[in-house]
Design a protein around this ligand. Structure first.
Ligand code: ZN
Ligand code: ZN
Length: 363
């Protein structure tokens, strides 16, 4: 049985449980997960019974035939909704789920024609395929691990390369091209390079600011390998660090280590978040850690489960999440340290291995 057919089987079980006759899968990562299709246009239609189609236009028909094992490939021709209506009628679908968090209002409006043409009821669904994606199989973990190795190797290069006088944008460019040279298909998200006072911006995308001696520099970046993302953050200092920089770094490091050591299946994302948050709060910086401890990674850079104050989901073996506490002091700067872990029966295995035991000096 192919990987995707196992996924279709699990999706079918979910459809039957939710009383849907079929689901229209439109989100790019969901579509890829269910069908194996890596292109940029097309949708998957899976019935609760035994049919599965990949619907696309002429540009992608050959690619879909090559990639979507076990799927009937449908060329939508001049009308996507006419093609859909035919399939729905042929399978006797009455209740059709669509992905409400992915389709635009306009796209849902266009599907309304199916109510008349195929006599279906359109049922909004949320997170059906995303729920399946949370627990990774061995092949997925292997891809994330490779993406993590690429990020680690790129960071190693940056430690040699980074020096005062270069701009954040130049650092981001060097980092991204290095990851590409190492085999990444691209960056997993817009690279964050935040230096000096800008390091207090948790999402400070690389700017034209010149990096100077004395700056903390936060590098938050990731590689994509075979569609799967890694996500790594290290904070370094340019030249000798100040006492305060060392102190803040040590607190974040301690919080990160505590969370890495505590992570195990059976606990909620919320409980894991609290391990790091409580430690940072006990040192007087609770207000300065204003974001979640982590998030799932996979085909998307942010996916379930949440590792945050809102993370009610129980962690399970095979989930891959980030651990990324930080302290951000407006007008001064900030520190974040982030690693990727896979939950195992025993606890957690760390996938990223860049050095962090002390605040690294560059330049
Ligand atoms: Zn990150
Ligand atoms: Zn992250």
């Amino acid at each position: 049985m192919s990987v995707t057919s196992a996924r279709v089987t699990r999706l079918r079980e979910r459809l039957q449980r939710d009383g849907l006759d079929a689901l229209l899968v439109s989100g790019p990562e969901n579509r890829r997960y269910v069908s194996g299709f890596t292109g940029t246009a097309g949708s998957v239609l899976v019935t609760a019974a035994d049919r599965q189609w990949f619907i696309t236009d002429f540009r992608y028909v050959d690619q879909a035939k090559a990639q979507c094992q076990g799927f009937e490939i449908v060329n939508q021709g001049s009308s996507y909704t006419d093609a859909l209506a035919n399939l729905l009628r042929s399978a006797g679908v009455k209740r059709l789920g669509f992905e409400q968090d992915i389709l635009t209002y306009g796209e849902v409006e266009r599907l309304r024609v199916l109510e008349r043409d195929a006599d279906v009821e359109l049922v909004p669904t949320s997170g059906m395929v995303e729920a399946l994606r949370q627990v990774k199989d061995e092949e997925e973990i292997r891809c994330i691990e490779r993406a993590a190795e690429i990020a680690d190797a790129a960071f190693k290069h940056m430690l040699e390369w980074l020096r005062p006088g270069v701009t954040e944008a130049e650092v981001a460019l060097e980092l991204e091209t290095t990851m590409r040279r190492l085999g990444a298909s691209g960056a997993a998200f817009t690279t964050i390079i935040a230096s000096g006072v800008r390091s207090s911006l948790p999402h400070g995308v690389a700017s034209d600011k010149v990096i100077e001696r004395g700056d903390l520099v936060t590098l938050d970046f990731g590689a994509v390998y075979e569609g799967y993302c890694s996500d790594l953050t290290r904070t370094v200092v340019v030249g000798p660090p100040s006492e305060r920089q060392l102190e803040i770094y040590q607190i974040v490091l301690e919080a990160e280590r505590a969370a890495l050591a505590a992570a195990r299946p059976g606990m909620t994302g919320k409980a894991l978040d609290a391990v790091a948050r409580d430690l940072i709060a006990s040192r007087g910086y609770g207000e300065a850690f204003g974001h979640s401890l982590g998030h799932g990674i996979g085909l998307a850079i942010h996916e379930d489960p949440r590792v945050s104050r809102l993370g009610e989901e129980v962690l399970q073996p095979g989930m891959v999440v980030t651990i990324e506490p930080g302290i951000y002091l407006s007008g001064w700067g900030g520190v974040r340290i982030e690693d990727d872990i896979v939950l195992t029966e025993q606890g957690a295995r760390i996938l990223t291995h860049s050095p962090k035991d002390e605040l690294i000096q560059v330049g």
